[in-house]
Design a protein around this ligand. Structure first.
Ligand code: NDP
Length: 447
């Protein structure tokens, strides 16, 4: 396969989709060798079929705000690939959402879901609607209008959406409620549902906890303990908070958080009490991290409109906010400060230049599609519980989550271990995920 020609062709066909092209380039570059090992892949033109989504659904969402004004947003669902299971992936509500971002996320999701060992294909959806600053009633009306367009395209064995940035339990509840009204069926079509109506225990915690479990597996390969290590976390949403919660429970020190307005750095790490305060600010009344800095000027510094990476001294970084939030300069600053492990909670948070820096420095570096797969894994477990109409205990789900993260780590090591013993987790994750989906696509024929 000529990687350059392949990517040039995609650039011409999709010129305005930089995030999508970035994600495809990373995968294609790292699987080129294994692709060429099996001539059948090229005969089936497999790579092109795997990179271009099965279908994209785009629609207008019209809704009425609290002042009676009619507002219009764009809605999308990218159904990328269902070779190994029904389409599965979150919904993102954020003003930055566009087709390129959702295509990159759906593409990544296909590989991530393949790694989980569960039967799930890849999808992603969302809208440029931002819940921030909207009333509950506005969010509800928007969610209902969104699902009014989408409900025919999804179903428990067709496509199962979940949360992502801007979509938590409240939004999933409103969307699921409208879906149920339209279909008159109580099925597990959404995951991340409330515990009272089919949600799985540990689902809110799963992405953050799963990332910490993955990190523990990586650290074990070098005989390093997590206890006492300083960990820089970005974001302060679902993934960041549960990452920090698990880190604290295991004796690590969490030295930063952020949101889209800025970052807070707590050089000695937050105490449990301080973490509970941040948790309350973010979850109870959807506040900003700057509020915490205002209350604790002696122990915490606020950096307005800045990311934490150049301001923290840390051993480990766990970017958990959004894509491309850690660039080459940030990576160099982290390495300079002694950071020896990066485990991504967000999807594609490190730019290609940053990834290059981490890999050149031979530190432990885990891409999001492996490290943050715990969320969708427990979503898969939620689907299993819903179809059996039973609920597993928190201990049971947590135990399965640990096993799945250990399994994903083993797959990365199996396919990413180099001669000197260094594990290229990017190549390992991409290769393991690709081979499973590719084999399924070939077995099912050209369609
Ligand atoms: P949330 O909406 O709960 O939190 C997102 C956090 O990131 C918020 O603190 C938000 O700040 C911040 N943020 C969002 N956009 C930007 C931006 N452009 N610049 C700086 N900060 C930003 O989302 P999640 O925690 O669920 O998701 C975080 C990441 O993890 C995303 O990349 C998501 O795709 C990924 N992920 C999530 C999973 C899940 O289960 N939820 C599963 C796997 C991956 P603010 O409050 O100011 O908007």
């Amino acid at each position: 396969m000529n990687v350059k020609l392949f990517l040039d062709d995609l650039r011409v066909r999709f010129p305005n989709e930089p995030e999508y092209l970035q994600a495809v380039e990373e995968v294609v570059t790292s699987i080129a060798d294994v692709y060429d090992t099996y001539p059948v892949f090229e005969r089936y033109n497999l790579l092109e079929r795997l990179c271009i989504p099965d279908r994209v659904i785009m629609f207008r969402v019209s809704w009425v705000d609290d002042n009676g004004k009619v507002r219009n947003n764009m809605g999308y669902r990218v159904q990328h690939n269902n070779a190994i299971g029904p389409y599965k992936g979150g919904i993102r509500f954020h003003s930055s959402v566009n087709l390129s971002i959702l295509k990159f996320l759906a593409f990544e999701q296909t590989f991530k879901n393949s790694l989980t060992t569960l039967a799930m294909g890849g999808a992603k959806g969302g809208s440029d609607f931002s819940p921030r600053g909207k009333s509950d009633m506005e969010v509800m009306r928007f969610c209902q209008a969104f699902v009014n367009e989408l409900w025919r395209q999804i179903g428990p064995d067709t496509d199962v959406p979940a949360g992502d940035i801007g979509v938590g339990g409240r939004e999933v509840g409103y969307m699921y409620g409208w879906y149920k009204k339209m279909t008159r069926e109580f099925t597990g079509t959404f995951t991340g549902k409330g515990l009272d109506f089919g949600g799985s225990l540990i689902r809110p915690e799963a992405t953050g906890y799963g990332n910490v479990y993955f990190l523990l597996n990586m650290l074990a390969t070098r005989g390093i303990s997590l206890e006492g290590k300083k960990v820089a976390v970005s974001g302060s949403g679902n993934v960041a908070l549960y990452t920090a919660q698990k880190l604290l429970s295991l004796g690590a020190k969490v030295v930063s958080f952020s949101d889209s307005d800025g970052s807070i750095v707590i050089p000695e790490g937050v105490s449990q009490e301080q973490f509970d305060e941040i948790f309350e600010i973010k979850t109870l009344y959807r506040g900003r991290v700057s509020e915490f800095a205002e209350r604790h000027p002696d122990t915490c510094t606020y950096y307005r409109r800045e990311r934490p990476w150049r301001h923290v001294a840390c051993d480990i970084a766990m970017p958990s906010a959004t894509q491309n939030e850690l660039d080459g300069d940030d990576a160099r600053a982290l390495l300079q400060a002694g950071c020896f492990a990066v485990s991504e909670g967000a999807n594609m948070p490190s730019t290609p230049e940053a990834v290059d820096e981490f890999q050149k420095a031979r530190i432990l570096y885990a891409p999001g599609k492996a490290a943050n797969a715990g969320g969708v894994s427990v979503s898969g477990l939620e689907m299993a519980q819903n179809s059996q109409k039973i609920r597993w205990t928190a201990e049971d789900v947590d135990c399965r989550l640990r096993d799945i993260m250990a399994d994903i780590h083993s797959q990365c090591v199996e396919y990413g271990k180099e001669d000197g013993g260094y594990v290229d987790y990017v190549r390992g994750a991409n290769t393991a995920a690709f081979l499973k989906v590719a084999r399924a696509m070939i077995a099912q024929g050209i369609m």
